[in-house]
Design a protein around this ligand. Structure first.
Ligand code: NOJ
Length: 569
């Protein structure tokens, strides 16, 4: 275990700064608020924080449109506050990684303001400008957020390229000056003492330089409509493939690997820094040592039901594809997805399924990433008034629905709330007090608070209840930390035909410790026989009260939805 790097042992916790804790009572999360909650995080038992963007930003994309990479958003605090936060985390043994948005800046970034000021401005080529094609945009590419990927700039008579919103112009990474400027940013934060970066949208950094038209058969709107009415997960996956064709020339260009290698070399000047790519493409691990340290296993969450068969297939595909030396990384939710509790629920066994999701994250091989509020079972909160929407994706969806598809507004808002991301970004629920204790009473929070804080979904109430989800996470995080096999062990699936439960071993190198994990994902109990060289198991964790500390593995009784972790002796 000692040879492992800190980020191989760590459990990460993603903080969305706007929504975590409001220290100054203005309805928006901030650094003073985060500082006050560091003790909570330490007690929870996480090891590292991934901080979503904390930079100044006009907030067209909730901070992923950065207007100053070297600053702190004034609503979040000052550089001194940031320092106190970083030092406070480090004093508690918690590492901090930042979100680094390389692909694009805000349209309000001084670089872009200069770039668009005239065709001969020295920064013109820092972004991607092209002439029109017969009075039309330069090609038929789309923005991933909807509509054309090109925005016309009347004052200079050219179009600029944006893979995301038009307020997020893409940088031209083929210009060495851009690289130099961005590497300065990276060094600046490393000099501040941060422990690494989560790299936003790396797949979109380069585009095909020839800029050929895409040859997809369906238009973006046709695809949208088809996805909207897809009847099965199979149809949905097939359409997602079609969607890939739409962006075929805009992502995953070979030069990205070269760039990631360069960045890796840079960060290796700073001991122990980690790079986590917002991508699931295993090729960004490079040879296992020369590109990114971690890439998210996003395919695991691309289902509505985490069945044993699904998880086994995912693990088999993922783990066998990793290059030697590469380390897996699992997550079930973040600020772009459904909340874990809502996503994998079935409407009947939600509380049990949330525990199984947590157990899966904390027992599979690899570094787990948790999302704030997941530990108390925060759920998606669907806004019913489009005026409350903050996420442009939700707003754009509403517009497409009402203006193009002719969906009645009340129906459109329901769908847009589901497709938008405000649902999973609502303020953290700290207590059963007005505003869930996030902001003082009477303050209007930046997004409405999910009213279920008053039904026990909050930190204070859950801390007081031994059987709460929060205490389940706390216990499990402790067991993980104390159990080397759960951190360093390999993954050996058992009972691979089982439909109801997932069983696997984690064996630490040299078999110093072997753990058996059984996650019963069904309402059926099971009497299991494991044909292993050792037949006794010492229970480390169970979601049920177990009478015996030791179990006979030839007759192991597993209760409905039980999470069972034992050391084999
Ligand atoms: C990925 C981020 O996670 C998402 O929130 C953002 O909208 C896009 N990248 C664009 O930066």
């Amino acid at each position: 275990m000692t040879q492992l790097k800190w980020w191989q042992k760590a459990v990460f916790y993603q903080i969305y700064p706007r929504s975590f804790a409001d220290g100054n009572g203005d309805g928006i999360g901030d650094f003073p608020g985060m500082i006050e909650r560091l003790d909570y995080l330490q007690d929870l038992g996480i090891d590292a924080i991934w901080l979503s963007p904390h930079y100044p930003s006009p907030q067209y994309d909730c901070g992923y449109d950065v207007s100053d990479y070297l600053g702190i958003a004034p609503e979040y605090g000052t550089m001194a506050d940031f320092r106190r936060f970083l030092d406070g985390a480090h004093q508690r043994g918690i590492r901090v990684i930042l979100d680094m948005v390389l692909n694009h800046t805000s349209h309000e970034h001084p670089w872009f303001i200069e770039s668009r000021s005239s065709r001969d401005n020295p920064k013109r080529d820092w972004y991607i400008w092209r002439d029109s094609r017969n009075g039309e945009p330069p090609n038929n590419w789309y923005s991933a957020f909807g509509g054309p990927a090109w925005e016309y700039d009347a004052s200079t008579g050219q179009y600029y390229y944006h893979y995301f919103l038009k307020q997020q112009p893409d940088l031209n990474w083929r210009n060495p000056a851009v690289k130099e400027a961005m590497w300065k940013v990276v060094r600046f934060w490393l000099e501040q003492g941060v422990d690494g970066f989560r790299l936003d949208a790396i797949g979109a950094i380069f585009e095909d330089p020839a800029m050929p038209d895409h040859t997809a058969k369906m238009s973006q709107v046709e695809l949208y409509r088809a996805l909207r009415y897809a009847k099965s997960e199979e149809e949905w996956s097939m359409l997602l493939k079609e969607q890939e064709a739409l962006y075929e020339h805009q992502v995953d260009q070979p030069e990205t690997h070269e760039l990631m290698r360069e960045l890796r070399t840079l960060v290796e000047e700073y001991p122990d820094c980690v790079l986590v790519g917002e991508d699931d493409d295993i090729s960004y691990y490079g040879d296992g040592r020369n590109e990114l340290h971690l890439l998210f296993n996003f395919p695991l969450m691309r289902t509505n039901r985490l069945t044993p068969a699904w998880v086994r297939a995912n693990q088999e595909a993922r783990l066998s594809a990793l290059p030697p030396g590469a380390w897996p990384c699992n997550t079930l939710g973040n600020h772009d997805t459904d909340r874990v509790y809502s996503h994998f629920s079935d409407g009947r066994n939600d509380a049990a399924l949330a525990r199984l999701s947590a157990a899966l994250m904390l027992t599979l091989r690899g570094t787990p990433f948790l999302y704030y509020g997941e530990e108390i079972g925060m759920t998606d909160f669907l806004l019913r008034d489009v005026r409350q929407f903050r996420d442009m994706l939700g707003i754009i969806t509403y517009q497409v629905e009402t203006e193009i598809l002719g969906t009645p507004p009340d129906e459109a808002v329901v769908y847009a709330a589901r497709m938008g991301r405000d649902k999973c970004r609502t303020p953290m629920q700290w207590s059963n007090a007005p505003n869930a204790g996030f902001s003082p009473p009477g303050v209007q929070t930046w997004l409405p608070v999910n009213p279920n804080y008053a039904q026990g979904v909050n930190v204070a109430d859950e801390l007081a209840h031994p059987d709460s989800l929060l205490n389940f996470y706390r216990r499990l995080l402790r067991v993980r930390r104390q159990t080397p096999a759960l951190i360093s062990g390999d993954y050996v699936p058992l009972h691979e035909e089982a439909q109801d439960y997932l069983a696997f071993l984690r064996r630490s190198p040299g078999d110093h410790q072997i753990c058996l994990v059984v996650l019963n994902m069904s309402a059926q109990s099971h009497a299991l026989t494991f044909d292993l060289p050792m037949s006794t198991a010492h229970v480390l964790f169970s979601s049920r009260s177990r009478e015996n500390a030791a179990d006979d593995l030839t007759h192991l009784f597993i209760a409905p939805f039980e999470v069972y972790i034992a050391e084999i002796t």
